[in-house]
Design a protein around this ligand. Structure first.
Ligand SMILES: [Zn+2]
Length: 382
């Protein structure tokens, strides 16, 4: 297994913060919605795919990078989802899963992240016989390896259940994910999620799985209100979700917005991903700022760092330059993210105390997110 000794190649030079310990910074970044299978290093997936003799979607690594860049102009969600095939095919043994997790966590550390939740679906890694338990342990090993040399970084792992068709299609696999989660709480796993296709069946059909998570004391979030309308967010809220993956389409239902504000719900907003998947037409038209102003919890995330071609700093720049957010809003959303996170209480307190008013000043002076400006994320070579 190859081991990278340096910060991964996709790290933009502007994001390096030499000699600046994580805990001393005034704007510790927090990301709650990040999929492992959409946030890999292209060179790693290329290397592992070639070594395994998998048919590749390009003739060279450069060609593969170009294929991934084209994700940003996909004509359909299916074309978008196709991009997950290859990374998933190479993540079918423990060493690959460990390596890809470790590299992502290292990348987050190099980007100045204070806390991130990485999510993945253990049931998608069994093509060669790996069990869900083995997949969870492989990811936790990658997390452990990265955290050993990324001081100040905390990572929580979310286990995704999947919607792949009618809820009966993989009910047992989803049930197994929920039952597995409590064993690993306090050991790196922080909660569960439901990901995959929205709208094949009503989201409320999955309610018993979330009820079981609640019985077991497992925190949960749930994808809703992205490709489908606000009713899916209502269903998720009905079974007790206080965090919603995406959820921006709640804006179409003012009464539900008021309920979300009253119930302290936090929306994990992923602006670039929403635009790429055509669930919002543009950054300017995205309702995230309006939702924040209604008193709903909003935090900003990348969803799939590699496939979206952005990192969190890029999304923050979009927030400031195109989405109507102020520097104070960014600080508020960062606070919201860490409060809504499933991190241990001491991690929450440490990050909240590091996030001071000086963070607002740094953002206003354009120092908090050094980079090349608002188009960089879209144009950055992978
Ligand atoms: Zn997602």
């Amino acid at each position: 297994m190859l081991r990278k000794k340096q910060a991964p190649a996709v790290l933009p030079a502007g994001e390096e913060r030499e000699g600046l310990p994580m805990n001393d910074r005034h704007f510790p970044k927090v990301e709650l919605h990040l999929h492992l299978d959409g946030s890999f290093l292209p060179e790693t997936v290329w290397e592992l795919g070639c070594a395994a003799g998998i048919a590749m979607p390009a003739d060279s690594l450069e060609g593969y990078r170009a294929y991934l860049r084209a994700t940003q102009h996909c004509g359909s969600v299916n074309e978008y989802l196709e991009r997950f095939d290859l990374p998933l095919r190479v993540m079918q043994d423990a060493p690959a899963l460990t390596r890809i997790t470790r590299e992502l966590a290292e990348l987050l550390g190099a980007q100045g992240m204070a806390y991130a939740e990485i999510r993945f679906a253990p049931q998608l890694h069994g093509q060669k016989g790996m069990t869900q338990r083995q997949a969870v342990e492989a990811v936790l090993e990658g997390r452990r390896q990265a955290l050993a040399h990324c001081p100040g970084l905390e990572i929580g792992i979310l286990l995704c259940m999947m919607c792949v068709g009618p809820e009966t299609a993989n009910w047992e696999a989803n049930r197994e994910t929920v039952e597995l989660a409590p064993e690993y709480l306090g050991r790196g796993v922080v909660g569960v999620d439901l990901a995959g296709a929205e709208g094949i069946v009503p989201l409320k059909n999955f309610a018993p799985l979330f009820r079981r998570a609640a019985e077991l004391g497992v925190p949960f979030t749930c994808h809703a209100g992205d490709s489908q309308g606000p009713d899916t967010v209502r269903h998720a809220m009905d079974f007790g979700a206080k965090r919603i993956g995406h959820g921006h389409r709640i804006y179409e239902d003012p009464a539900l917005c008021r309920r979300a504000a009253a119930e302290g719900v936090t929306l994990e907003i992923c602006p670039t991903s929403n635009i790429q998947c055509k669930t919002q037409p543009s950054y300017a038209a995205h309702p995230a700022k309006k939702l924040l102003d209604m008193g709903i919890g909003v935090c900003i995330n990348t969803d799939n760092m590699t496939l979206a071609g952005v990192e969190l700093a890029d999304e923050y720049r979009h927030c400031l330059s195109e989405m109507g957010f102020t520097p104070a809003d960014l600080v508020e959303m960062d606070r919201c993210a860490i409060r809504a996170s499933f991190a241990p209480q001491e991690v929450k307190e440490r990050i909240l105390s590091a996030l001071t008013e000086r963070g607002i000043e740094e953002i206003a002076r354009n120092e908090a997110f050094p980079g090349e400006g608002k188009t960089r994320g879209k144009e950055r070579p992978l």
